[in-house]
Structures are given as structure tokens and as C-alpha cells.
Design a protein around this ligand. Sequence first.
Ligand code: SAM
Length: 285
Amino acid sequence: MQSSLEETKYILKKYNITANKRLGQNFLIDDNTIENIVKIADTSKQDLVIEIGPGLGTLTSKLLENAGKVIAIELDEKMINILEDRFKFYDNFVLLNEDVLKVNLQELISKNKQDLVNTKIIANLPYYITTPIIMKLLENKLDIESITVMVQKEVADRITATPGDKLSGAITYSVDYYSEATSEIFVSKDSFIPSPEVDSEVIKLKIRKEPKVKVKNEKLFFDIIKASFMQRRKTLLNGLINSKLFDNKEEILEILDKMNLNPQIRGEKLTIEQFAELANLKLGH
Ligand code: SAM
């Protein structure tokens, strides 16, 4: 059996293609990492798997062995030709030549799930749109069990940080609202061709049955979090004044007083529960 490195070099040569940097094409060539991603995602023949950005199909081929059905969504037409050639004899493979950000994923899942029990999303994500993809997967409230993705190490650190930590950002709270995030394995930049500038990490987001906190207006809740992180060195009070989400300074001071919070506190010090309370008090005003 060929290694992923040999296979990747062979396919690139056969089809006479070079990786398209603009589309974030860094192909995985480390067999151990590929095995580990499948293990972390914990797929079985009962699962519908959606793979985002299958590229040359290295991970796809392992997923096809370990899942009931695989739907692969790939933007690059050159990759589509290769994937069609490689997997044309599989009856559990569905290939879409689309931009994942434009696909109606829930419709796709409902159409393809049939007797399969769980839906799992798996990807070595294109790094130029990691955050929009993850946020779309979460905000669309899809009927999925988990998301297992490779992202840049720095993004992984932010997503899996404990809210309130130095590394946490607005995305930490959004991800925590919808899912339980864990950092799984470190992946060196040498595990790809071409090699990206930074190392990566595989993270797993297990979707919560209910969001972590109850909020009356999700948009307001997330807008308040974003405003609090917009200028990290500012106090929560200043961040909220600048956000224009509140009528005036007095309104904010009154809410912070009800919550026993010092107006000089920094936004990033608040827990997700405190952000929820803040947003809910604004509504009840
Ligand atoms: N899965 C392959 C692997 O691990 O070797 C390739 C991963 S590569 C990091 C990202 C893949 O996402 C590329 O094949 C790229 O063409 C594809 N891609 C980029 N933007 C996309 C988009 N908006 N929708 C779907 N696929 C996209």
C-alpha cells in the first residue's frame, strides 16, 4: 500500500497540478494523523459524514471505509475531477462542487441521512475561512453530533481556551455556547504539502443538546460579547458605550450594578453566564 506522501505526489504529478494557495490547499501527507482524525471523530457505518474540502481525497478514502455515507463538498473543480476518478465505484459517496459557505447544509443532511443515526462533520479546513465555516456550522443549528476539524494551532488555542483566560476571544464564547470543545492532537506543519507557515491542531466540538446558557435574544448576546472584545485593553463599560447597543451610559451602569460588577472590569473577565445575564437584563429593562 502506498503512503499518503507517495500517493499525494503521484496524484499531483498525474494530473499536473500544483496546490492553489488562495484556496488554502495544504494536503495532509501523514498517515498517523489521518488515522487519528478518523479515530477522534469516532465514525461508524451508522454515520453520515460531511467532509469539507476533500482536496485530493486522502482523508476521504479513510472516511469511506469507516462511515455509512460520505458527502464531500469541494470548491475547486480540479479536485472534483480527481475525486470523481478516485471514488466513482463507491456507492456511499456523494460529491458536491460548491462553496461550503453557500450550501444549505441542513437540507443536505435531511436528504441524505435516511437510516443513518448520527451526522459528523470532519475536515482539514482551508485556513483562510476557518472561522466563518465553524460559525456557520454552529449558528445554523444543524442536526449534527460533532465537528472534528484541523485548524491552525493559534485558532485552536483560542477556541478551546477557558472563557476568561488570556487566550480567550469572542469565538471562545460562541463555540462554548453551542458545543463542548476539546483540543485533540498537535500536527506539525511538516505533515502537509506544501507546508503551511504554522503548526496545526485537531479539535473536536461536541454539539450541546441545548445551548450552555439561556438567552432571550441571541443576536444581542453575541453583539455584546463582540463589543467587549473589540478593544481588549478597554474596560467593559467603555466597550459597551462604544457599541451603541445601549441607550446611554446610565443604562449600562444600572445593569452592571444589578450584577454587582465593577464598571472598570475588562470584558474578557466575564463568564459566559455573566454575559447572558447582562444581555437578558438589557432586554428586561
Ligand atoms: N482534505 C484535504 C487534505 O487533508 O489533504 C485538503 C485540505 S486543504 C487544507 C482545504 C481544501 O478545502 C482544499 O481542497 C480547497 O480547495 C478546499 N476549499 C477551499 N475553500 C473552500 C470552500 N469555500 N468550500 C469548499 N471547499 C473549499
